[in-house]
Design a protein around this ligand. Structure first.
Ligand SMILES: Cc1cc2nc3c(=O)[nH]c(=O)nc-3n(C[C@H](O)[C@H](O)[C@H](O)COP(=O)(O)OP(=O)(O)OC[C@H]3O[C@@H](n4cnc5c(N)ncnc54)[C@H](O)[C@@H]3O)c2cc1C
Length: 305
């Protein structure tokens, strides 16, 4: 019986485990090994680590955790969590079933990219999700934005304001944007759809619905995200609808609506990044420890219907 099992061993999960290790609590981190930004050459906007490869940062995190004898980790995929507070059983795809008193969900989200051939090949290198994370590296260059949801127009306006004077917003016929505001800001709106994308070391070439092609330094796409099939969904944690997809609702102590289950990182935020994942992980680690001392210290999260 572990004190805590952390599902997901990336930025949020490892930070949560670190807090618990420093309280000498027994923790198992189970990780499937696919952090969300794994395709990026460097993670940006994280003080002290700016531009360092995500895998390198996480390797350093794991080294830190190795100093704490009560922390263990295991590669694997959690497929189900059974039981309730003080007696959870975490079931892995390899058949293992491991008991814990508390659960921290830190398994992130799945990105769902638009179904355009080639787009996924550039994900994290030439197909970018966030100006703060990757805009600086392509500032001043011709950039494209692909409309996916209402916030895509906001992304185009942001990029036009502070990153590049050459922004093309591909709507693919999608409606509902403030086209006047886009025009006033100097964003070029193009209603053609994308047939294909060809990213390479220098940029991305996009093939349009009329067969013509255009070249950009990068294309920004704020993807939809999903929790489908995840432990959070399987446990029945209450969620809310964000602009990109559902996220797990948490209280100020990272508690979910399921007693004894905490959540941290991308799966618990509408607009996440690494800094937030680190803060959330610390909160979940500390709050789960508090609830081991006395469950009264962590009030139940109630969601009014
Ligand atoms: C392409 C891209 C680039 C990005 N660049 C930046 C950047 O430069 N700067 C920045 O601040 N943010 C960046 N982000 C956002 C950043 O990647 C996330 O905010 C961060 O990774 C969230 O950390 P997390 O620990 O919540 O989840 P993740 O890092 O996604 O980690 C979740 C972990 O849980 C594991 N897991 C999933 N399901 C299970 C399961 N059932 N059982 C066991 N393990 C499981 C996964 O394999 C993974 O290892 C980027 C995102 C993308 C998509």
């Amino acid at each position: 019986m572990f004190d805590v099992i952390v599902i997901g061993g990336s930025f949020a999960g490892l930070t949560a485990a670190l807090q618990l290790g420093r309280a000498s609590r027994s923790v198992l981190v189970v990780d499937a090994g696919s952090p969300r930004n794994r395709t990026s050459a460097g993670a940006h906007g994280v003080a002290g680590w700016d531009g360092v490869a995500p895998g390198e940062i996480l390797a350093r995190f794991r080294d830190d955790l190795g100093r704490y004898p009560t922390l263990q980790s295991r590669n694997g995929e959690v497929i189900r969590v059974e039981g309730s507070r003080d007696s959870f059983v975490v079931c892995l795809a390899d058949g293992a079933a491991i008991a814990a008193r508390r659960i921290i969900l830190a398994h992130g989200v799945h990105d769902i990219l638009p179904d355009v051939p080639g787009l996924g090949d550039g994900w994290g290198t030439r197909v970018l999700h966030c100006p703060y994370c990757h805009g600086y590296e392509v500032r001043g260059e011709p950039l494209a934005v692909l409309a996916v949801h209402p916030l895509s127009a906001h992304q185009a306006l942001m990029l036009r304001a502070d990153w590049s004077t050459s922004i093309t917003f591909f709507t693919g016929g999608m409606d509902g944007f403030d086209f006047d505001a886009l025009e006033r800001a100097g964003v070029r709106v193009d209603a053609r759809g994308l047939k294909a994308a060809q990213p390479d070391d220098h940029g991305i070439s996009v093939v349009l619905s009329d067969g013509s092609s255009q070249q950009y330094a990068a294309m920004f796409v704020g993807p939809r995200t999903s929790l489908a099939g995840s432990p959070a969904e399987q446990l029945g944690c209450a969620t809310a609808e964000g602009p990109m997809g559902n996220f797990v609702r948490v209280g100020p102590m990272a508690q979910t609506t399921i007693p004894g289950v905490f959540a941290a990182g991308d799966l618990a935020r509408p607009a996440p990044n690494i800094n937030f994942a680190l803060a959330d992980g610390a909160q979940a680690g500390i709050a789960s420890h508090a609830s081991l001392l006395s469950s009264d210290l962590v009030p139940q999260l109630e969601i009014a219907s």
